[in-house]
Design a protein around this ligand. Sequence first.
Ligand code: PNS
Length: 170
Amino acid sequence: MLMDSSKLAVYPGSFDPVTNGHLDILERALKIFDRIIVMIGDNPNKNPFFSPSERIDMLNEAIKKQIKVKGVVEVEYFGGLLLNFLKKKNANIIVRGLRAVSDFEFEFQRALLNRKLDSTIETVFIMTKDEYSFLNSSIVKEISRFNGSVKGLVPINVEKELKNKLNGIK
Ligand code: PNS
């Protein structure tokens, strides 16, 4: 039987919105994997600011403009359990970014939990560039809400979308 030997990983997150930190992780992951499916998921602890389709569009545009590393990237929204998405895609590797030691405990618990639920699943952690170690989507939204500049923290198209959304244009 012919086997697809290309290395596939799923990079899940809320991406509400995508930041330059996320793109940095994606770029690093593409040096390891041939194909990455970015899964936009729902985090029950967070109230999404952007709709799934807005998040998909922002990610696709940012990837097109900013990702220079060769490889196949697909973006999809999935409203269910991450493990079910992996099954559906025939994938068994999860990529997550680590910014600081403070991320570790939460991520470690999730990785072990996922492996307990499905022993074929591995989680690969990629360290972010240090200049993004303070960055997350919540802080970006907070800065924008109070009219601060998020230049350099998010892709240019996201900067525009944040302004539009906050000004009620969309
Ligand atoms: O960017 P985030 O908020 O850290 O991403 C979290 C996300 C969306 C990846 C996580 O909440 C998730 O996987 N949600 C789907 C539901 C699920 O599978 N939850 C259990 C994960 S162990």
